[in-house]
Design a protein around this ligand. Structure first.
Ligand code: GAL
Length: 699
């Protein structure tokens, strides 16, 4: 698959979403997690038979079953798994096989306690949970290699195995591992990066507060609990970079091992999770290792961004499902959702019942977003263990289909019906209207770390800042692709490129942005962009000076306000409140002012500017509005001027296009009019979209 893509790229030029996906099957297979080890063997046949009867097409085994696979050191037992695979096959279910590395058996950590992680309080984790080991510890590597090899040799040529998942939602349970072994590994990473300690001292500015190091062995993992006046921000950033590299390396190790042993027809992935909460992981680092990056999403955890209305807790966060899908898809050009809840979960803040219809809506939304498959978590509700009250497709008796299970059945039947009717066409080409609003979104994990280390206002939340733009792009109906620093974007393919708060940059990146605009692209940059270099040092220049020529304005200074005394910015006839970040700008000749401050001692000063550059334009939004509405107007103005065909959706209502049909879903607490044009043929649902509703139509 990778080779195919390489040849394609060489002949036809590079595209941001180049990979041709495996043929996952049309319209889209749906599967369910099953843990044979949780149930009496006598029930497996019945359960897997039921799964198939309900319409599921694949299942998922093994990611936590190390103690079953290797009950004693070096003694492997796969007979039980062979039986389960055989029964899945008997019922026509393909199997996703997983490596069990998040849960080492007790004999392993008993014999090698040195592989256990240590949290930021200095507490060593112990057996009895999961994700409590240092992935790259040489001892853990040794045992990892052995179990993965055994599995791959047993199932790597087995046609019943569809693909592989490495580990599970890779991250450290303690977020960052502060163990001695990890500290030594960090020192090695620094030695490799800086060659000598003087370079490290310069990059970390250690002369500040007399932090100068004499040798690498003195460097400790920065830990806020041991740094009374705050840890060195450059040390923190490097530790975050090291941690992500190191996790990527652990995943690469398993991916390479599998790739070397399994048949080409079996794909290899991992299921990345909660991008917002696991900033220690950067999926783009494994872009060349996995065939694709799968993702997981639990919409009603209560920790995610939602509309906040009276039904939001039941409908969940459509914004985060959309983000998760488009982000994971951007890594290799296609993705699938490996975990999607079929009902109430157990580990959220409140764990409400989903609104009747919401489970079905999530399925349709994931389909619309382009997931190649959906795997629901999980088929049966567990009767014991840490997730007892997590709903499954089936009720606790194992034979009654739960409400969410019924909604899955409904969704799968609707999908099959549309497919049978010939309404879903795998080879449909994207309508021109959508192409006019395709948007690239600048994404740099380092930037998020660095902003998070020095937020500058207690309400600054880098994710919320990114979501301000992401959500507004979705309101316009824009398909979004995330791009990494250094990647060029073709304005023909992506007429718009949004760059939120990219505060660490280098001149090469500014040149890429400038070339994009000159070639006809429309660039939208926001506050803080260009403040620092890649070591997170402020430029020895005036504030954001490296981007002045690009944006056609000077950034004079920025201000922050308390939430209870917000400032005002006017654009057109409207004013918008803000309190977290506001820049005061001086435009250069030829630059247009889009919005001005309407309060504070700098009332009247420009806050948002735009200029033409070559065949394109550059807009700089020097304020972050409190209700995200100002950003919506800015995007509308830039899209409108560029001639894009856009939608005008209420927040938390989403419209996607796939296989020749449009799909609208409503996560807001109010009924809305579905954005179905007159004359369009409605295939499912109606022109009125209730909360939790789905409308599918063809234009
Ligand atoms: C996921 C995790 C699963 C399971 C699930 C429960 O985050 O990957 O193993 O714990 O949550 O909702």
């Amino acid at each position: 698959m990778k080779k195919l893509c390489l040849v394609w790229c060489l002949i036809f030029g590079y595209s941001l979403l180049p990979a041709q996906p495996y043929d996952f099957g049309h319209p889209m297979p749906v599967g369910a997690y099953y843990y044979p080890e949780h149930w009496p063997e006598a029930q497996w046949d019945r359960d897997l038979g039921k799964m198939a009867e309900l319409g599921f097409q694949f299942t998922h085994f093994g990611e936590f079953a190390w103690a079953m696979m290797e009950p004693e050191e070096g003694r492997f037992d796969f007979e039980w798994l062979d039986k389960a695979v055989g029964l899945a096959d008997k019922h026509g279910l393909k199997v996703i096989m997983c490596t069990p590395t998040p849960t080492p058996p007790a004999w392993l950590t008993e014999r090698h306690p040195e592989i256990l992680t240590v949290n930021d309080q200095g507490l060593t984790q112990h057996h009895g949970s999961r994700l409590h080991v240092s992935y790259n510890h040489p001892t853990y590597r040794y045992y990892t290699e052995r179990i993965v090899r055994e599995l791959a040799e047993r199932y790597g040529q087995d046609e019943r195995i569809w693909g592989w998942q490495v580990d599970n939602e890779p991250h450290y349970g303690v977020l960052y591992d502060y163990s001695e072994g990890h500290e030594r590994a960090f020192q090695d990473w620094l030695r490799e990066k800086y060659s000598n300690v003087h370079s490290l001292n310069a990059a970390w500015g250690t002369v500040f507060w007399s932090q100068t190091y004499n040798h690498f062995e003195q460097v400790q993992i920065p830990n806020k609990n041991r740094a009374p006046q705050g840890a060195n921000p450059h040390a923190l950033l490097d530790f975050q970079r090291f941690n992500a590299d190191e996790l990527a390396e652990a995943l690469r190790f398993q991916a390479d091992l599998l790739k070397g042993l399994v048949d080409e027809r079996q794909w290899v992935t991992t299921n990345y999770a909660y991008f917002k909460f696991l900033p220690s992981v950067d999926p783009f680092l494994n872009r060349d290792d996995f065939d694709f990056a799968a993702h997981t999403m639990y919409l009603t955890s209560g920790f995610l961004s939602d509309e906040g209305g009276p039904l939001a807790h039941r409908l969940g966060s459509g914004l985060e499902l959309a983000f998760s899908q488009e982000f994971a898809e951007s890594v290799n050009g296609y993705t699938g959702i490996m975990e999607l809840q079929p009902g109430q979960i157990n580990w959220g803040g409140i764990n409400p019942q989903p609104l009747p219809g919401a489970v079905r809506m999530w399925g349709w939304h994931a389909f619309g977003l382009g997931d190649e498959f959906i795997c629901t978590y999980r088929f049966r509700q567990p009767l014991f263990g840490g997730e007892q009250t997590h709903k499954g497709v089936m009720e606790t008796d194992g034979v009654t289909v739960a409400r969410g299970g019924k909604e899955y059945v409904q969704f799968m039947e609707e999908l099959q019906q549309l497919s049978k009717n010939g309404d879903l066409k795998a080879d449909a080409t994207m309508p021109v209207a959508l192409k006019t609003r395709k948007t690239a979104f600048y994404w740099e994990q380092d930037n998020l770390w660095s902003l998070g280390n020095q937020p500058h206002h207690s309400d600054w939340d880098s994710w919320a800042h990114h979501y301000t733009y992401y959500q507004n792009l979705k309101r316009l109906g824009a398909p979004v692709t995330f791009v990494s620093p250094g990647e060029a974007v073709d304005p023909e393919e992506y007429p718009f490129w949004v760059v939120p708060a990219a505060h660490m940059i280098d001149p090469a990146q500014v040149k890429i942005w400038e070339d994009y605009a000159r070639a006809g692209g429309h660039l939208i940059l926001s506050v803080r962009t260009g403040t620092k270099d890649n070591n997170s040092h402020i430029w020895e220049a005036l504030l954001q000076e490296p981007i002045w020529n690009l944006i056609g304005a000077r950034v004079e200074y920025y201000d922050h306000l308390p939430a209870k005394y917000p400032g005002q910015v006017s654009m057109g006839d409207n004013t918008y409140p803000w309190h977290i970040w506001g820049d005061v700008l001086t435009p250069m000749e030829g630059t247009t002012v889009l919005a001005n401050h309407d309060s504070e001692y700098y009332k009247g000063a420009p806050a948002i500017v735009s200029r033409d550059l070559g065949a394109g334009s550059v807009t700089y939004t020097g304020v972050w509005s409190d209700n995200w509405e100002l950003e919506y107007e800015v995007l509308r103005s830039v899209f409108g001027k560029a001639g894009a065909e856009m939608l005008n959706l209420p927040p938390y209502v989403f419209t996607e296009w796939r296989d020749g049909v449009y799909i609208a879903v409503n996560y807001s607490s109010k009924a809305v009019k579905a954005p179905v044009p007159d004359g369009a043929e409605v295939l499912l649902g109606g022109r009125q979209l209730e909360p939790g509703g789905v409308t599918v139509w063809r234009e």
